[in-house]
Design a binder for this molecule. Structure first.
Ligand code: AQP
Length: 339
């Protein structure tokens, strides 16, 4: 059988599971906007079906989905150039997910660290959806034959599972139909850590609001959170190697580098040796400079929720035009009558 060459296509998603954080911005949104500005047209999904794998209050979920869309646009994504939509408006995702539930193996799913982290000690009480989360994610990606998925470090294992599903499907059915997707994990902030604990990822669902910078925080709040960020008593080291055993210092330097579009080495050349009492105000000014305009633009966009709904509906229509034929072909390969 001849090998199919898949045209490059970028897909990524974010859950509307709460306030967007600086981690989501630096690990995902900012890089999406850069890719778009480099001429790569892409598909971005607000994964509301993923969000309900843990409890979401319905009214808050709808609001969070619109706010996430506002966050994409305020971060520089243009709904005319990129496709922006919410997952539940494109039923092909769940239809494909069922096929992948039948391809993925229990043992693969049981190895997923995100399930273990999120289910915690009470795994028996976690939803079946939380366990199946990565198969739906594989469906999100492969229903578009996406070849590249920009994500933060935490999603690497899920992309590897997506590759395993594509390879097993292709082998089982003797086809070369699904691409073997590559994760794109690059930049200084692929893993932004909590401001309260340098060993934990900054996360929307962390119970402590002081652990993260939200894209909706105002300038004073951003500055306060950075001022109070946990650090050790030593000044910044003179070079990168000195950051090795100092997770909180390294995190703040990484954030500075990512926000200022510099390498960590460049930041250390400028900031090395400075005490936190000097470095933190500089970081706070930079963060306010970059994040406050996003927050302002998000609130402006949120004043017209009907316009956001139109953008999502239009994106869903364009997404379906790509997804439907790929699902149909998948059903044909699997042997479904009527496909
Ligand atoms: N701390 C982070 N550093 C870098 N990238 C991050 N991402 C998330 N946190 C960081 C990236 O943001 C994208 C969207 O993630 P998601 O919302 O779908 O789910 P998540 O990774 O589980 O993010 P959160 O904030 O931790 O959400 P909750 O708390 O709801 O689980 C992904 O590309 C992710 O890598």
């Amino acid at each position: 059988m001849s090998e199919v060459v898949h045209t490059p296509r970028v897909f990524s998603g974010i859950q509307p599971s709460g306030n967007l954080t600086l981690g989501n911005y630096l690990g995902a949104l900012k890089r999406f906007a850069q890719a778009q500005d480099n001429g790569i047209s892409s598909i971005y999904c607000m994964v509301d079906l993923h969000a309900i794998t843990v409890w979401q209050d319905p009214a808050k979920l709808a609001n969070a989905t619109r706010e996430l869309c506002a966050g994409f646009i305020a971060s520089g994504l243009d709904p005319a150039r990129s496709i922006l939509f919410n997952q539940s408006q494109v039923p092909e995702h769940t239809q494909m997910a069922w096929v992948f539930n039948c391809v993925a193996r229990m043992g693969w799913m049981q190895r997923m660290t995100q399930f273990k982290d999120k289910a915690g000690k009470n795994a028996q009480n976690a939803s079946l959806g939380l366990f199946a989360y990565p198969a739906l994610m594989a469906a999100d990606i492969l229903t578009y034959h996406a070849t590249h998925v920009p994500v933060g470090e935490d999603q690497k294992q899920h992309i590897e599972l997506t590759r395993d599903i594509a390879i097993k499907f292709n082998n089982d059915y003797g086809v070369d139909f699904f691409p073997v997707t590559a994760p794109v994990i690059e930049g200084a902030a692929t893993r932004v850590m909590s401001l309260r604990d340098g060993s934990k990822k900054m996360s929307k669902s962390d119970p402590s609001d002081m652990s993260r910078i939200n894209l909706t925080d105002d300038a004073d709040t951003i500055a306060k959170k950075i001022r109070k960020a946990k650090t050790d008593p030593e000044p910044l080291p003179e070079d990168i190697d000195g950051l090795e055993a100092r997770p909180e210092a390294r995190n703040l330097v990484n954030i500075y580098a990512a926000l200022s579009d510099q390498s960590v080495a460049q930041v250390m050349a400028e900031m090395g040796g400075k005490p936190f009492s000097e470095f933190k105000p500089l970081l706070a000014d930079l963060a306010v400079d970059k994040i406050a305009p996003i927050s302002t633009e998000m609130s402006r966009l949120m004043q017209d929720p009907a316009e956001i709904d139109r953008i999502l509906a239009n994106g869903a229509e364009r997404a379906r035009a790509i997804a439907a034929p790929i699902l149909k072909e998948t059903y044909k390969i699997v042997g479904m009558v009527g496909a």
